[in-house]
Write a protein that binds this ligand. Sequence first.
Ligand code: ITT
Length: 191
Amino acid sequence: MYQITLATSNKHKVDEINLIAKDFDIEFVLPDGDFNPVEDSDNFIGNAYCKAKSAALNAKTKLTLADDSGLCVEALDNAPGIYSARYAPTPKERIEKLLFNMKGKENRKAKFVCAMVVVNNKGEILYKIEQTCDGSIMYEPKGEGGFGYDPIFYVQSENKGMAELTSLEKSKVSHRAKALNCVLNWLKDNK
Ligand code: ITT
């Protein structure tokens, strides 16, 4: 079993990443204690790098992986984007705020973005990738699956809301699945 540190404190990401990588012989190890590094970049890759570097300094593994992700809405100039986790205090309030800001907007196009960065234990970037999942913002929440903004995100390729997909379905089509599959492919030759 190959171990890799996963630089996150988001339990949903951990579950999704474990499911996406279930057929690979990889154990994702979480950082010790509270993990809440400063994310001060203006883009997803930069913020993924902040997390990866911060965890790598104390990591017991050779490699550390971080995920920075968010929802970009065309009619809102790509907001909430890198501020998705900080858009409002709770997931429910974030959805309410987004639906409020979308009132009267005809263009409901949106995309989920997931950036992943792999660093070594000196904090040097070995691999980076950004992937998206295209869709649109629904008029009201639907479905019980997933987390975050999933209940208001309509997945174009599936003709269903993200929260209406099973975990296994989401693990095949999400922005996170696409990014992690690139990482897993890279790892095959580079771990
Ligand atoms: P870490 O930094 O510890 O990894 P975080 O939740 O703070 O956890 P981000 O800074 O990357 O992570 O913010 C991601 C936010 O974007 C997340 O809290 C959700 O609100 C949203 N998001 C990301 N991926 C999502 C997904 O698959 N479904 C729904 N919302 C998602």
